[in-house]
Design a protein around this ligand. Structure first.
Ligand SMILES: Nc1nc2c(ncn2[C@@H]2O[C@H](COP(=O)(O)OP(=O)(O)OP(=O)(O)O)[C@@H](O)[C@H]2O)c(=O)[nH]1
Ligand SMILES: [Mg+2]
Length: 247
């Protein structure tokens, strides 16, 4: 059993080539597969990845831009039935998540049910070239979700994670609804409800150099609104969420 790395892309043609080159170096030392989840990027990200002809990289071509959450759910639905992966990594394409941090995250735990978070906001974690406004948004988003949902983790909006396949198989992934980055909060909440071991590894997050951010006001509003609804539901119907998310 080996890990698989899921990488969502929308117009990341320059960044993804750099990331795959860097993953190729690690691939010489450790075995893993990569699945690119591309939403028919107009800049031909998928075709460019295909032209690299890397045998350990697969491309899942999706019809159009449908958000990060939908792309990841399609990725999970694609890899889990194959039954050949022990760990599923999620990682941004834009270079913000460093390959250098990946081995420590993969090695952090072998617990059957676990989620490992690459965390910026803990001792040893850091951000490089990220504007103060984004840092504030990220830190306060995590703080709000932590309090609203009672999840004892320090980076709930980050997307650099390792899920055990057993955990994902235990979750009702088709019940997840979040489209944007609050998908990350929803997954952390579901993992907590499933009784997963929660592990955090400090990472250095580097602001993208190439390409354009897909962060938008709509994504922030969705996250705020959804987190508030989830928080209320957990207080009003404490057992309903577990039934909703866990098989
Ligand atoms: N397939 C797919 N990928 C997406 C979508 N939205 C974002 N992504 C990818 O998700 C990852 C994170 O998106 P970013 O735009 O970098 O978001 P961010 O890291 O919050 O914003 P920056 O700080 O500007 O980088 C990147 O690899 C994007 O290409 C989408 O709708 N579909
Ligand atoms: Mg980014």
């Amino acid at each position: 059993m080996k890990p698989v790395i899921l990488i969502p892309t929308y117009n990341e043609s320059t960044s993804i080539v750099e990331l795959l080159r860097s993953l190729e170096e690690l691939h010489q030392k450790r075995d893993f597969d990569v699945v690119i989840l591309d939403d028919n990027s107009p800049d031909k990200t998928a075709d460019i990845v295909q032209s690299l002809k890397l045998p350990w990289v697969e491309i899942l071509r999706r019809p159009g831009k449908a958000g990060l959450g939908a792309a990841y759910r399609a990725g999970f639905a694609h890899v889990l039935p194959l039954g050949k992966y022990s760990k599923i990594v999620t990682m941004d394409a834009d270079g913000s998540h460093r390959v250098a941090d990946l081995p420590a995250m993969l090695d952090a735990t072998d617990d059957k049910l676990s989620i490992t978070l690459g965390t910026r906001w803990m001792p040893g974690g850091s951000v490089v070239n990220w504007p103060k406004s984004r840092q504030l948004l990220s830190k306060s988003g995590t703080k709000y979700a932590r309090i609203a949902l009672g999840i004892p983790l320090n980076d709930l909006t980050g997307g650099f994670r390792v899920y055990s396949a057993d955990l994902l198989n235990k979750l009702k992934l088709t019940q997840m609804t979040a489209t944007g980055y609050c998908f990350q909060i929803e997954m952390a909440m579901a993992a907590t409800l499933a009784g997963a071991k929660l592990v955090e590894v400090p990472i250095t997050f580097v602001e993208r150099i190439n390409g354009v951010s897909k962060m938008s006001r709509a994504i922030v509003i969705e996250a705020l609104w959804q987190t508030t609804l989830w928080g209320l539901s957990r207080r009003l119907r404490p057992n309903a969420d577990k039934l909703h998310y866990v098989k």
